[in-house]
Write a protein that binds this ligand. Structure first.
Ligand code: R2B
Ligand code: URA
Length: 310
């Protein structure tokens, strides 16, 4: 049986390029990455994206535009004179994508289906563009469990609302499960880059992926709520007991699909509030913006180090 257990690296070619676990794609005349407004025939994807090493995703278009500007400054990337940063996927009206040298900065929207669709297309983009050993990051927000607002959480495991650690998708009337695994080495490398001088903590732990912001996260402030505050606290305490440090809405497909593709990936989120203390997100905008820069700083530091090592 052991022979059947393939490691993630089996799914990449020896030169590090991404191999697709889909025999149909190479038989197609062209592959349209519909939600990115790109195509394998309409665009020279190798020319446009062949040098990509880091794919950073986060929920909102604005945050990812900001990240693109920030990473440009951090890695000292210069755009060709007379050009400015453009949203490559603007005409999809779905996701936004910016390219800064070896870094892609892409918005993924909210929740499992949204990031799932994007991952299919970005993984295919890596394949068409022949990108070598790309690393994927999700830089996001979350609710912390017993963690002060502003705490940064690097996910080392992913579970769903039932504490299952797999991504389950109905396919052709059957439920298919894929393990939601994150790269432990990448977790350690990121943790090691966190600064003890930072006025906030950076921790590692299990991240729960909810399919809803309100009832799916045990909130009492949705349009509906048919459980008590005690029920909510029991649930959150139980999550805490199982090592769950934070709750967000994308980690399961992110971990499962990158793992399935043999792509190293990490999730770094900032907690907007401590869910043991409340449900409403009520920090002022400036505080929230500063919080959201924290995962970006850590990932930028990682990228910078990697580029300097070459
Ligand atoms: C964190 O924040 C969003 C919900 O407000 C969701 O995309 C997530 O994972
Ligand atoms: N995102 C979530 O999914 N939950 C929170 O509590 C905060 C941000």
């Amino acid at each position: 049986l052991n022979n059947l257990v393939e490691t993630r690296f089996d799914y990449r070619y020896p030169d590090g390029t991404v191999r697709l676990r889909n025999p149909h794609i190479e038989l197609m005349d062209q592959d349209i990455l519909y939600h990115l407004a790109l195509g394998s025939e309409s665009h020279d994807l190798v020319e446009m994206f062949g040098d990509v090493k880091f794919v950073c995703m986060g929920g909102t278009p604005k945050r990812m535009e900001n990240f693109a500007h920030y990473i440009m400054k951090e890695i000292g990337h210069k755009l060709p004179t007379g050009t400015s940063l453009m949203d490559i996927s603007q005409y999809s009206y779905r996701y936004s994508m910016y390219k800064v040298g070896p870094v892609l900065s892409i918005s993924h929207g909210m929740g499992v289906p949204s990031i799932g669709i994007l991952l299919h297309e970005v993984i295919k983009l890596m394949y068409h563009a022949k990108c070598k050993d790309p690393i994927f990051f999700r830089i996001g927000t979350c609710g912390g469990i017993g963690l002060e607002g502003g705490t940064v959480v690097i996910s080392d495991d992913a579970v769903d609302g039932m504490l299952n650690n797999y991504y389950e998708v109905p396919m052709l009337g059957k439920l298919v499960r894929r393990p939601a695994k994150l790269d432990k080495r990448l977790v350690r490398e990121l943790k090691a880059l966190s600064d003890v001088e930072d006025p906030y903590d950076t921790v590692t732990g299990t991240t729960m992926c909810a399919i809803d912001f309100y009832e799916g996260q045990g909130r009492l402030d949705g349009a509906f709520c048919e459980y008590s505050e005690t029920d909510k606290m029991d649930y959150l305490e139980n999550l805490n007991k199982h090592g769950v440090k934070n709750i967000e809405m994308e980690v399961i497909p992110f971990a499962a699909l990158t793992h399935h593709a043999g792509i190293r990936a990490a999730v770094v989120c900032v907690s907007l509030l401590d869910r043991l203390k409340g449900d409403q997100v009520c920090s002022p905008k400036e505080v929230m913006n500063e919080y959201q820069s924290r995962p970006q700083k850590l990932v930028a530091k990682y990228i910078k180090r990697q580029l300097q090592m070459k």
